[in-house]
Design a protein around this ligand. Structure first.
Ligand code: TPP
Ligand code: MG
Length: 812
């Protein structure tokens, strides 16, 4: 175990005194924010506060040391979710957060419960909230920084450290270990994780000896591990006679007992220590020399609460290898419920906080004042704050150029092709082009590069690694379709299979314009069903407003012989429901080319979101001016392509969500609405129905997401009394006669298109897949799950018949 010692003795006492004063301020302000939100403001708006206070206190010293001394402007931090009040209080002292936002903590428009890049206004580097994800984000951001540097785009900007403040129970999240393994493969640098080792989770006290497991894991992956266990008071006491016995007792004390004694106080510690090691004379004398309060101060002086020790530890790092700091802390330090196992949602009573206010001399009505009753004079603290290195840099949100998208995305067309194949061909052409935009594309895949058709692109643009490694098979002249050359200028990041890592990497790549001031256009490919494996990370990436393209392929039961484990059902609904993600499902490759072209542009739109609240603003529907990420759900089914010119109207309709492949006549009985790989079934069904069904039409849906979003936004505007143009789906089907039935079909959950019946009040039969698939031929599966031509015909016939059928009893 490495315990940095000594240097703190040499530290400038004034610096330490200012830091101490700021630490006290932060603890007060963050506690007051929580208290205010819970005890004072609820009288107005009834808000309740969850766990924050104990978790925040736990990190207050560590964050003081980092933000006011160690961090440089180029460093980026993911702050443990429940330390949000501490983060905002620090920004307030640095003049980067307003008092109003603190007053409105957790209320509409106020500082967010969990640090948020998009909703907060004080330059949160990485959003956190879903534990584990922010941690991994720092690791991948460091890899992205290396990517930008290796491509020669860092200019004179220094590299930053990517730092995560991690809860010890947060370390239970599996995605952290997936990231660790990937970081090791990619030669991770400039990444620090600081574990707030308070040995408490939400529910309870954590297992003994976790630190040893963590230490072994991190060392195994090539990280330096620094354990910050004993504060300077402890170190001094250990040097006294009897001190060694005290140290041994501390080391052997079970976590729950230590926590309980911290809660009970100095007298309880004394009694316990005397009972257990007091028969050794020097120990009794050591204890004797301290009052109960002094003894509690000694026993709660763990390294994570000792500014000098923390600074020593952070400053001792003189290399860019990744470092894990395990800082011992006490959850709720300094608060009445410190160490209590139930303290996660603990709040001080009004009496307790009043007593604290009086004790530290803050006048009533001056609770929010930054320098009220500080431990150091205001002028000195102001001077100190002005020279804090972290706050010296320019705007933390960097700006990046946008890249014009080619007029058309070309591909070598074949008579019959699959959308996945088309995707590969489009990228292959881009790889061979000299478009500036192509240089900004970074592809990545979790071990499915070849099987998602990225091979052509990778052959031309190579794999990324900081050090060049030539493809051994090529060197040995062994024939292979794929060139596996790694180089610092490569544009493909090959990941291991973990899909969480794919989405967190996309999140990091997709924020490069803001974090590194250099725009990247990330494309991640994976099998569609495995979106679910990384779904929380995908959601998190979108929540941070990262910009990327997800190409999920293959999808649905169309993947017939592969069986139910690989066939996705719910993903079209995910695509619709995920905010910040525009989703598309093309049937033909020319549609995909239009969508991808649009996607590259959409990914670059809008200002870096910062404190936005689009529930309040008049953002136009579909976030078109704001931009976002895109998701294409593709297929391996080869489909006969339509030879057609890509007119402006068709292009518009594809992007708005759908177009008439066969426009209905004036008085149709039925219209078929089809999306994706099953469009050929719909074409065949409509062809057959044509004879008996007059005026039948076929609507191809290219984006259920955008079609639906456009409709609901128009509806919402009307509900508020606005005059709005009919949305795209209203324009498409609004004129259909009311007796016309709609049959929708897709290779995914039927609810994806089922809503279309309500747009203009048409009866509807929604076909799609609701149950796990299985292995079989495409036609067997389409028939069994009722998305084939016959099912469409039967549904159309049933709908037509139903109009003459008496209504069932429950409808009368
Ligand atoms: C993915 C996820 N699961 C559950 C939670 C709820 N949760 C928030 S904090 C927490 C416990 C955190 O303990 P620890 O990481 O040790 O932080 P501490 O509060 O001790 O500082 C839990 C379970 C969450 N935020 N995210
Ligand atoms: Mg904890």
């Amino acid at each position: 175990m490495k315990q940095p010692i000594g240097q703190s003795m040499l530290r400038d006492p004034d610096e330490l005194a200012c830091l101490k004063a700021l630490e006290q301020k932060i603890l007060w302000l963050s506690s007051w924010m929580i208290h205010h939100a819970n005890h004072i403001r609820p009288n107005q708006d009834g808000l309740k506060v969850g766990g924050h206070q104990a978790s925040s206190a736990s990190l207050a010293t560590i964050m003081t040391a980092l933000y006011f001394s160690v961090l440089r402007p180029e460093d980026r931090v993911a702050v443990k979710p429940h330390a949000s009040p501490v983060y905002h209080a620090i920004q307030y002292l640095l003049g980067r957060q307003t008092r109003e936002k603190l007053v409105d903590f957790r209320a509409m428009g106020g500082a967010q419960s969990y640090p948020s890049r998009t909703k907060d206004t004080d330059d949160v580097d990485f959003s956190t909230g879903s534990v584990g994800l922010g941690v991994a984000q720092t690791l991948f951001s460091s890899i992205v920084q290396d990517y930008v540097k290796a491509h020669g785009w860092m200019k004179d900007r220094p590299k930053g450290r990517m730092i995560s403040l991690v809860g010890d129970a947060e370390m239970d999240e599996g995605n952290i270990y997936e990231a660790l393994l990937e970081g090791w493969k990619q030669g991770l640098r400039d990444c620090w994780w600081v574990v707030d080792y308070n040995r408490q989770s939400l529910d309870a006290v954590i297992r003994e000896g976790l630190w040893e497991k963590l230490e072994a894991i991190f060392k195994n992956f090539g990280w330096e591990v620094v354990i910050i266990k004993y504060g300077s008071l402890m170190q001094q006491a250990f040097a006294e006679e009897g001190g060694e016995a005290l140290r041994q007792w501390i080391d052997q004390c079970p976590n729950p007992l230590y926590a309980a004694l911290c809660f009970q106080g100095g007298a309880a510690f004394r009694k316990r220590l005397l009972d257990e090691i007091g028969d050794q004379g020097p120990v009794a004398a050591l204890l004797e020399r301290r009052s109960d309060d002094e003894l509690l101060a000694l026993m709660s002086n763990l390294g994570g609460h000792d500014l000098g020790c923390l600074l020593d530890a952070f400053e001792s790092i003189d290399h860019d290898r990744p470092v894990c700091f395990i800082a011992y802390t006490i959850k709720g330090i300094g608060l009445p419920f410190q160490g209590h196992k139930d303290n996660h949602a603990g709040l001080m009573t009004a009496t307790q906080i009043e007593a604290w206010r009086e004790r530290i001399g803050i006048r009533q009505g001056h609770e929010w004042d930054a320098f009220e009753a500080s431990l150091r004079p205001e002028a000195e603290l102001r001077r100190f704050l002005q020279q804090v290195p972290f706050a010296q840099g320019p705007d933390r949100r960097l700006k990046a150029a946008t890249y014009a998208v080619p007029e058309t995305l070309a591909f070598r067309a074949e008579k019959s092709m699959a959308t996945q194949q088309g995707f590969g061909l489009i990228l292959h052409e881009l790889a061979g082009s000299d478009h500036k935009m192509a240089d900004r594309i970074v592809t990545c895949a979790p071990d499915v590069t070849v099987s998602t058709n990225l091979g052509g692109w990778v052959n031309r643009r190579k794999l990324f690694a900081r050090d060049s490694v030539a493809d051994l098979f090529r060197k040995e002249k062994i024939p292979s379709t794929f060139v596996w050359d790694f180089s610092p200028s490569g544009q493909h990041i090959e990941l291991g299979i973990a899909e969480m890592n794919l989405f967190i990497l996309l999140s990091a790549l997709g924020l490069s314009h803001s974090i590194n001031g250099e725009r990247l256009l990330p494309i991640g490919t994976l099998y569609d069903p495995f979106i679910m494996r990384g779904l929380d990370a995908l959601n998190y990436a979108c929540y941070q407003d990262a910009r990327f393209m997800v190409v999920a392929t293959p999808s649905g039961i169309t993947l017939s012989p592969e069986g139910g484990a690989h066939q996705s059902i719910a993903t079209p609904l995910i695509g619709m429901a995920q905010d910040g993600l525009a989703s598309f499902e093309p049937a033909f490759v020319d549609e995909l080319a239009v969508m991808m072209r649009w996607g590259f542009d959409y990914m670059q739109r809008g200002e870096d979101a910062h404190g936005d609240d689009h529930t309040q603003s008049a953002i136009p529907w579909l976030r078109d001016s704001k931009g976002g990420s895109v998701y294409f759900r593709l297929s391996t089914r080869a489909v006969e392509q339509i030879q057609r010119p890509m007119t402006e109207t068709l292009e518009h309709d594809i992007l708005a969500g759908g177009y008439w492949l066969r426009r209905p006549g004036p008085n149709p009985d039925c219209v078929v609405v089809a999306m994706g790989a099953v469009v050929p079934e719909a074409i065949a069904a409509v062809g057959e129905l044509g004879a008996g069904f007059r005026d039948i039409g076929l609507l191809v849906v290219t984006s259920a997401d955008r079609l639906n979003a456009g409709w609901s936004a128009a509806e919402r505007a009307r509900q508020r009394g606005g005059q709005v143009e009919p949305s795209h789906i209203e324009q498409l089907i609004g004129a259909l006669p009311s007796h016309c039935g709609l049959v929708s079909v897709l290779d995914g959950h039927p609810a994806t298109l089922g809503w279309i019946g309500s747009v203009a009040g048409h009866r509807m039969a929604a076909l799609g897949v609701e149950h796990f698939g299985q292995a079989g031929s495409l036609q067997d599966l389409y028939r069994t799950y009722r998305v084939d031509k016959t099912a469409i015909i039967e549904a159309a016939q049933s709908l037509r018949a139903s109009i003459h059928r008496p209504r069932p009893i429950w409808q009368r």
